[in-house]
Each structure stands twice: as structure tokens, then as C-alpha cells.
Design a protein around this ligand. Sequence first.
Ligand SMILES: Nc1ncnc2c1ncn2[C@@H]1O[C@H](COP(=O)(O)OP(=O)(O)OP(=O)(O)O)[C@@H](O)[C@H]1O
Length: 583
Amino acid sequence: MIYALSDNTYRAMRTERRDQCILISGESGAGKTEASKKILLYYAVTCPTNENMAALGDRLLQSNPVLEAFGNAKTLRNDNSSRFGKYMDVQFDFRGAPVGGHILNYLLEKSRVVHQNHGERNFHIFYQLLDGGDDDLLKALDLERNPQKYSYLVKGNCPRVSSISDKNNWKVVTKALPKLLNIIASVLHLGNTLFGEGEEGEAYVTTETQLTDLAKLLGVDVSALKEALTHKKLTAKGEEMISPLNFEQAVSARDALAKADEIYHSNKGSSVIGLLDIYGFEWETVKYFDNKIICDLIEEKHRGMISILDEECLRPGEACDVSFLEKLEDTIGGHPHFITHKLANGKTRRVVSREEFRLLHYAGEVNYNVTGFLDKNNDSLNRNLKEVMCQSDNQILSHCFRREEVIDQKRPEMAATQFKNSLMKLMEILMSKEPSYVRCIKPNDAKQPARFDEVLVRHQVKYLGLMENLRVRRAGFAYRRRFEAFLQRYKPLCPETWPNWHGRLVDGVSTLVTHLGYKEEEYKLGRSKIFIRFPKTLFNTEDALEAKKPEIAVILQTSWRGYRERAKYQRIRNAVGPWQSIS
Ligand SMILES: Nc1ncnc2c1ncn2[C@@H]1O[C@H](COP(=O)(O)OP(=O)(O)OP(=O)(O)O)[C@@H](O)[C@H]1O
């Protein structure tokens, strides 16, 4: 099925010359990443080759171990769970050969760097480095082999996992990333950088040796780093001021630096197939269940939950998770899809605790615990920390932070807003492409092969909207295409539409299908698309096109030869023109 879909998408891109995308959805551990690897492999093996091909196929597939090392972690549901949305695209030239590609990472769960739930791990890369790095390397990075020594790695209290070989994976990853080593090590040192509190509440670094190691790894000046970790730079009325941070602020400055994100690259190609592997991203469903009311509740400007969360993080005074919850109650308390303990009636009140709010989604009711919301959202890096990192002689670091500086705004962008903006960018990319869907169904919760838990499977089929989708498809039309695409492809089959139709598109399509003998019950013309009820009608039209191709080729050849000879004749005439006028 995966190969058939990959093939269809490729053909559609070639024949209709329209960019395509494949949206892969499903629960955590259902097989989205595995499916996307299969699709890439299919293109790497089946597409025509050019000199870039081997390198490109290799690069896209080999980027996986590296991406997974940095973006995947063991969770309760999947030992190799992607903690980010991944959008990859492959660009093809006019012959259909892959010529480029790029990978955008979305919504990385940055908070995992500093905190993991019980039974879960930090990103794989940290354990890989400690387990797989040889003694000399660890010594050079001032690291110890035992992960228990690092506070960022022990939060989840996760025992060793037999399915994960950190040591072997390290070998694969190190081939690709010598330059990133210093950064990985420095994150661990950052986690162990501790602060004390001075007489006036100001924070100071208590782990001086650690800080020297850290500055060395980051390639920055140690006193500048020290100041940046314990002070913030403000601009008031055009003047720069430096003010000390208190203990909590210094800890969150340190954690924000540890979470600072990476960048992506892009380049251009002629046609594109995009692959999107993202959890909980439901398109088709949204069409049939109008989800707008919940989307607005969450992301509406100024009044949505994300705006309220940002306001609470940025406002002066004592903001905390509970004050955020109260603010939600004050602002959106009357919303029909939002309930809290205080707002609920007796029966519901029992199932919504005091730290929770409940959203009534189309797929069911979900309780959200606000504990840690503010911390997770607080992702702003102090300006002077950014400036210090810009000075780093590690090019990767200085490049990342220079970019950060470029997009720096007066008001720092909080994590939830970053999520929202990433999603909006993603929507723009997807809307410009023709979508196909892969739904992965997770067979059991025990991470075991060949076992199907019927209840679990039924639940997913229900909530992925698969039944509704099938019903709509069955009741409706098997095939739909925009008028321009349909006309462009099949216009050679009718003398009135070939070589070009100059009237309205809908009339062109109507003339074409009447000429092809489509019966009334076989199709409908919408506002911008033709809907064809049975696959057979389309297959017959495709067969007719195949049969017509040799004839079209002859017509094209004849016209080209005629054009070429006429042009040649014209050139000769132009050359002899003056002679004629003399005679
Ligand atoms: N087609 C498959 N055949 C065999 N095993 C599979 C297949 N798909 C997935 N698996 C197994 O399930 C595990 C989880 O799959 P995968 O990492 O692709 O899930 P995911 O949907 O991407 O999860 P997440 O959203 O947590 O990243 C894989 O590591 C693999 O062991």
C-alpha cells in the first residue's frame, strides 16, 4: 500500500505537474516514521537517476539516524518516539529525477532537554555520547560515562532499555557530526551549572570550574558567559542597562540556553513531493467535523488560550500556573467547550481536578493539567546570553545565534507562539500541494510484533475519521480534479479542446467529457472541479489518452519539423533579401 501510494503520488506530480504532499498521521508508535522511510526508499530505488541521485537518496535516508539521535527519545509509548514534526521534501527535475531535498523540523519538544516524565528519557544523543564515546573523547569533553551523574538525564528515572543500543547508534551518528560534539557536551555541563543567591537576592555561579569547561566547549569568553548567565540586558529609552538576575531567573536563563533550537536549510527544485510526519495532525477529519471553534479557542489573537498563556508569562508580578488557570476562567469561562473544576457542575467537577481544565474536542473530552505550563512556555533567551553565543568560535553555534538575533523582537516569542507560527508556515506549504494520506494504525500497546488489540484498533479507526471518510468516498465520487488539471491532461482527446481551449474552463471540461461520451450519472461539475463517480470511467479515459499518445507525438513532430523548416527558409530569405532589391 505504501509503495502504491508513493507511486501514485509520483505519477500525479509528473502528469499533472502539480506539487504533491503525503500526510502521515497516527498515534505515537503507530509507524509514521517507518512509513516515511519506506516512501523515501521507494523513490531512491525507482526514480530515474542522475549524477545527484545516489548522493541524494543516501543523504535523505542517512540523515535519519542523526535526526533521530537529536529529535527522538524513549517515551512510555514508543522507545524511539519522534519528539518533533518532520516535513521532508524531495525535489525532482523535469525528467522526474530527484535533484534535491530538504528537511524542516517542527515543534521540537524542547522542554524534554531539561525535564522528562517518569519512565522516559532525554533525547537519545546524550546517552549515545556517554555510552558510545571512547575514553579519550569523554575526557576531552570533561564528561563521565555514567548518565546518572547528569541531572538532565535522571529526571525520568528510566532503567536501561534493551531495545536501544546507544553504543551502536553512536557509531552511526558520529560519522556525521564531529562538529556537533562540543554542543552536546556543553548542554550537559549547562545542566550542572549551579547558582547561589547573594545578599540582595542576586544570582551567582557556584560551579566555577564547570563554567570554565563550558566556556571552552562553547568557544566563548568565560567572564562574558558568567555575566550573561546571571544578568540581563535591557534597553530603556535608548540606553542599555545591565541588571542582575535572581536565582529563579538565572536557572531559567540557563535552561533556555540548553533548549535553544537548530536551523534548517532550503533550496529550490522544479516539482516537489513533500512528506509530513506529524502527530495528531488531522486534515480530512477537520472537513467533516468543524473544528474551528476549538482552534479559535486555542489560538485566536489576544483572546485565545495561547495569547493568555503568553500574557501570563510576560506580565510583571507573581504569575504561576494557578494564576494562568484563573485568567483562563475569567477570559474564556463562558465558552461551551471549556470547563474547569470551578466552572463545572457537581458530576463533572469530580472528574476535573483543581489544577486541570477540560476541552470538549470533537473526538472526546480531554483534561489538561496546567502544572508546568508556564515553565514550558517560557523559552525566551536573555539578549546578552544571545550576544555571548554570537561571539562563539564554534561556527555552528555562532551561526544559529546570529540567526536568532536577526529575528529577535522587542517582545520575546514564547514556546506556544513558536508552535503556532511553525504550524502556520506548515499550512502554507501544504495548501499549495495536492494531498495524499497515510494513516498508521497502532496494533498494540505492548510494542510487540504480530499482535492486534481489537479494541485499540477500533478506537483509532473511529477517531481518525476513517469510517466517515470511507462512507463519503463510497457515497460520493471516486475521483476529483481541478478543471485546469483535467483539461490540461485530457485535452488531446477532443478536437475542440486541442491544442488549446480559449473559453471558460468549465465549458472546456463539459465539451471534453461530452465528446468522450460520459453519461450524466457518471460525473458532476462543481465550481472548480470535476467529480467522477466510478474509477472505471477514469481508467477508460486514461486508456484513451495512452492510445492517443503516438498520434500526438506524430502531430508534435510534424509541427516541430514544419516550424524548423519554415524558420530555416525565413533565414535564407532574409539573407538573400538585399540581392533581390538590388536586382
Ligand atoms: N511497518 C512496520 N513493520 C514492523 N515494525 C514496525 C513497522 N512500523 C513501525 N514498526 C515498529 O514500531 C516502532 C515505532 O514506529 P515509529 O517510530 O515509526 O512510530 P511513529 O508513529 O513515528 O511514532 P512517534 O509518533 O512516537 O514518533 C518502530 O521502531 C518499529 O519497531
